[in-house]
Design a protein around this ligand. Structure first.
Ligand code: HEC
Length: 75
């Protein structure tokens, strides 16, 4: 459900949607926790993050941080 916007490999093809591939794992965990707590607000990320369990957040952050980072321009 994340790939539609953030891309299969964490490289977004959509303007205004950040690349996640290669991003720092703890940063990704904190970003998702901040959407859940309301500290960071964004539709639709707030509702998406609210549907995640802490274990999902850890797994997603580990997966995206292990993808090759985005380098260059989006096709
Ligand atoms: C409908 C499109 C959409 C979907 C689906 C989506 N995202 Fe996002 N995501 C965004 C946008 C747009 C932003 C930038 C929001 C902002 O400005 O805070 C974002 C931001 C983020 C950020 C913060 C990135 C940063 O650099 O601070 C993370 C982490 C993230 N998304 C993870 C996920 C995960 C994990 C999923 C799947 C559960 C997901 N997103 C699904 C559109 C989406």
């Amino acid at each position: 459900m994340c790939t539609a916007c953030h891309g299969e490999d964490g490289t977004s093809r959509t303007a205004g949607t950040p690349h996640l591939g290669g991003q720092d794992r703890l940063y990704l965990e904190r970003a998702l926790a901040d959407y859940r707590s309301g500290k960071r607000q964004h539709v639709p990320m707030t509702s998406l993050a609210n549907a995640l369990q802490p274990a999902d957040i850890e797994a997603l952050a580990a997966w995206y941080s292990a993808r090759p980072g985005f380098a260059g321009s989006v096709p």
